[in-house]
Design a protein around this ligand. Structure first.
Ligand code: MN
Length: 154
């Protein structure tokens, strides 16, 4: 994917030469909608990867948590994210840090695609999904429930 070519220009449309646009995850492995994944950097001598994820309007990433950390920069569009118990609007170039075992999800809630860069450990644990009890606890906050229903409160 990085290959031997040091230069991989963008086509100006959030795609890069020699970078495949892939499925976000294996279909049916977890809930998500209308989101793609591009691995921008994954050199074997680095212990991290930089990926670009993009959701179509109304799309969302998986609500999950795990031991590894994410360093996220919003790269395209406006939307919302949930981190822990907090829902926030996000805009281009906002930074979002997701600490270990913190629930997180991104949603393209603003009638436009939402894209973000995400740096992550190359070796990492498998994301965990909320069980019924954890989902109930999350939804106890009306702001979080509205977000999870795709209709975040202003
Ligand atoms: Mn994650």
């Amino acid at each position: 994917m990085t290959g031997s070519n040091p230069f991989r220009p963008t086509d100006g449309g959030f795609r890069w030469e020699g970078v495949d646009r892939m499925a976000y995850k294996e279909e049916g492995s977890a809930p998500f909608l209308a989101i793609s994944r591009q691995i921008l950097f994954a050199d074997p001598t680095l212990k991290c990867e930089l990926r670009y994820f993009e959701m179509d309007t109304g799309g969302y990433s998986t609500l999950e948590r795990h031991e590894h950390v994410h360093a996220v920069m919003v790269f395209r569009g406006h939307g919302h994210c949930l981190v822990g118990g907090e829902v926030r609007e996000v805009k281009p170039h906002d930074l979002v840090t997701i600490q270990p075992m913190t629930w997180h999800q991104f949603r393209a809630t603003k009638g436009e695609p939402l894209g973000f860069l995400c740096m992550v450990n190359a070796e990492r644990d498998k994301p965990r999904l909320p069980n019924d009890e954890e989902m109930k606890a999350l939804r106890a906050d009306p702001r979080v429930a509205a977000f999870l229903d795709g209709k975040p409160k202003p």
